[in-house]
Design a protein around this ligand. Structure first.
Ligand code: 4AD
Ligand code: MG
Length: 465
């Protein structure tokens, strides 16, 4: 069988040839002239393939009559130029095999627009919609571009652990890993059972919030590394840009300072967005038409323009002078809220903005302390519509300053001896950052809610599927 995307890519080569395609029926329409038009989608691209079935062959007609939205089929037929609007080729069916029928009386996806809220309740069927199918293809292309970029730049892909006893961000937003009593386990169906009965890891163990600390180990041996894996945050916040389980890309580079780190972040985002602009034009058009009218402009601006770089102190000044009435007041020393990020990227600069040198008090222990001793060499990259997409920093490589920072932030040195050791044996300046894949997919699609850009979103109260 041939994928429908391949047919469209190579129309000339397939004309007048017999092909077999496999997919799911989107719609069927029967004309008075005795022809059935069947739209088939196989997920390889946004476009449906139009299948023409002449109702003269009784065998074929018997199958066609049963076809409804959602049925899975295999069609063997000849590729012909299409006289119809909206497509240049169609397939004239010789044989149609119906693999799985879908009862139109109860199949939840019908030919109309369903709300994203409704689609979330049918996460097992939503990838069959145009929008969620396009999200999956874009997410795939972005993920592949991540590897392409770092591999071409000579980075080594490192797998950091999911289960760990460290809390990288020190924010206490960790999920604890427990083991069950095999004699009396709790069940997903709601039986309580016994938790904590066996402490398999002996000491408390958590799901990782970030692979950074382990990536630092490898950067200080291999030079340039990156991780790309799931991370977990037990933040009890129901926002349109937070998930309890999300995928993070974390490069970590020895001998890089904050400036090098910023430049890498910028060329990295430009590279992955260029990849989707080049390879996913059809899917992007769907989002530009139905989801976010400014989409192409914001993507093209990101690729074309140099990011604005300002210090946190400058950002606070700009926000204070803005004349906007924010819900959260801006004071030097407080974290920037999403409304502030949107003002800077959408109103003030109208392009991506990197904010550097944040107050030491609001950032984690590992960030390098600046000469003023009040700020750290942090960087957040903000993009229009989404806000913070990257968080990173130069790391504290000086043993004495790191120990001071740990003391100040209440990080137990005994538990991070290995991390301290890295500053004792061949320490080197180094930097890195983390990019949330879902925030990137949000930016690339214009989708307002992060729950739409991951196949199975995990948010407070939601672990279905
Ligand atoms: O700013 P964060 O918390 O930084 C770190 O975890 C660093 N250790 C990264 C590093 O330097 N290696 O998270 C980094 C990025 C954010 O900018 C955001 O894009 C994403 O991860 N992110 C989330 N995405 C979805 N849901 C959440 N709850 C997220 N928390 C962070
Ligand atoms: Mg952050």
């Amino acid at each position: 069988a041939v994928r429908i995307a391949q047919l469209f890519q190579n129309e000339e080569a397939h004309k007048e040839k017999e092909v077999t395609i496999q997919g799911w029926v989107r719609t069927r329409r029967d004309s008075k002239a005795g022809i059935s038009f069947i739209e088939v989608n196989d997920g390889s691209c946004l476009r449906n393939l139009q299948v023409i079935a002449e109702r003269t062959d009784p065998e074929l007609t018997r199958v066609v009559d049963r076809l409804a939205t959602g049925c899975s089929v295999q069609v063997r037929g000849v590729v012909k130029p299409s006289p119809g609007k909206g497509q240049s080729i169609e397939v004239h069916a010789r044989e149609i095999v119906l693999f799985g029928w879908a009862d139109p009386a109860i199949y939840p996806l019908q030919k109309k627009r369903h709300s994203f809220e409704f689609l979330r309740t049918i996460a097992h069927l939503r990838p069959r919609t145009n929008t969620l199918g396009a999200v999956a293809r874009l997410r795939n292309r972005l993920s592949f571009a991540v590897h392409q970029f770092f591999q071409k730049e000579g980075f080594v892909y490192v797998h950091t652990p999911i289960i760990t006893s460290s809390d990288c961000e020190g924010a206490g937003e960790v999920f604890r890993v427990t083991t069950l009593d095999p004699a009396n386990p709790p069940s997903p169906q709601g039986r309580d059972g016994n938790l904590y009965s066996l402490d398999f890891f002996e000491k408390p163990a958590f799901l990782t919030v970030s692979g950074q600390l382990q990536a630092e180990i490898y950067a200080l041996a291999l030079g340039k590394v990156y991780t790309f894996g799931p991370t977990f945050r037990a933040e009890n916040s129901n926002t349109s840009r937070h998930l309890a389980e999300f995928w993070m890309i974390e490069p970590e580079m020895a001998f890089y300072d904050l400036q090098d780190n910023l430049e890498l972040a910028q060329s990295f985002i430009k590279y992955v967005i260029s990849a989707v602009l080049e390879d996913c034009a059809e899917d992007l058009q769907l989002f530009a038409r139905f989801v976010e009218p400014t989409l192409m402009e914001t993507l093209e601006t990101l690729v074309r323009e140099t990011f604005e770089v300002i210090t946190y102190t400058e950002a606070v000044e700009l926000l204070k002078k803005s004349g906007e009435s924010f819900d959260y007041p801006v004071e030097w020393g407080s974290d920037l809220q999403s409304e502030h990020e949107r003002y800077l990227t959408e109103k003030k600069f109208r392009k991506p903005v990197a904010i550097i040198h944040f107050p030491r008090a609001i950032k984690p222990f590992y960030m390098r302390v600046n000469e003023d001793e009040k700020t750290v060499a942090a960087m957040d990259v903000l993009v229009p519509r989404v806000g913070e997409i990257i968080g990173g920093s130069q790391r504290e490589e000086r043993l004495d300053v790191l120990l001071q920072q740990m003391e100040l932030k209440g990080i137990p040195v005994e538990e991070y001896q290995w991390y301290v050791d890295l500053r004792r044996f061949g320490s080197a300046p180094h930097s890195g950052f983390g990019l949330g894949l879902e925030r990137l997919v949000q930016f690339a699609t214009g989708l307002g809610n992060i729950r739409e850009v991951i196949p199975f979103p995990r948010t407070p109260g939601h672990a279905e599927f």
